[in-house]
Design a protein around this ligand. Sequence first.
Ligand SMILES: Cc1cc2nc3c(=O)[nH]c(=O)nc-3n(C[C@H](O)[C@H](O)[C@H](O)COP(=O)(O)O)c2cc1C
Length: 249
Amino acid sequence: MEQIKNPVIEQLHARKSVRVFEDRPIEAAEKRAILEAAIQAPSAGNMNLYTILDITDAALQQRLSETCDNQPFIATAKLCLVFCADYQRWYDLFCEHMPEVRKPAEGDLLLAQADTYIAAQNAVVAAESLGIGSCYIGDITENFEEHQRLLKLPKYVVPTCMLVFGYPTEQQQRRVKPPRFSVEDVVHENGYDAEKCARMGKMLQERQNLPVEAEFHGWVERFCNRKWNCEFSEEMSRSCRAIIDSWCK
Ligand SMILES: Cc1cc2nc3c(=O)[nH]c(=O)nc-3n(C[C@H](O)[C@H](O)[C@H](O)COP(=O)(O)O)c2cc1C
């Protein structure tokens, strides 16, 4: 099939995370363009259910690099934005105008987090179009109580993702983008195809070029220990339960 290409599609294909930055500032107008693009994202009920924290205090950025699973490159980024799901301002407004208002609940958190991520991805795409690299930091959802204190968050504002930005070094530009699943792997027609799901092991074995069963087994074991049976994912879930407890009780 003919592959349709245009500058937007090509940029989406080329985009990869950047974790080493040139010592070159992001200009005020560039930052503004990134933020303006974020806010243009689709938003549930057009409620803009997020607040973006622009971290300009170097000491705070350094602290976040520690609280976000000790990732020192965070402190070296030229722009650091924390995207927070935010129901506080709408809830306060409803309380002011309505005789009775239910409290924010689990579904609201989910919706606001969707809004927040979509806005963040717009920021990523806008930055990329300016030649500015970015990296998501999911670990901002850990250590909820400490982030709440550090970032002065009211009750119904929850850190959802962090983005760090900067111009990529040459080495980062040359770095090969990690491969993705194929469209055939992830698109199922008219309902979930369990057979495709079951084929993932074979697909990954080929992709990792590990035909020897024991080697592939070792790779899966290491991957699982790094991304699943690990402290950060337990802490993420603990934080998530703490957020839901504080919202819903
Ligand atoms: C929700 C989310 C959280 C992520 N968290 C981190 C992170 O904490 N640290 C990091 O270095 N990369 C993080 N990443 C980047 C991924 O590791 C990266 O997107 C993935 O390995 C694919 O590589 P690529 O973006 O270079 O194509 C995150 C990405 C997403 C979407």
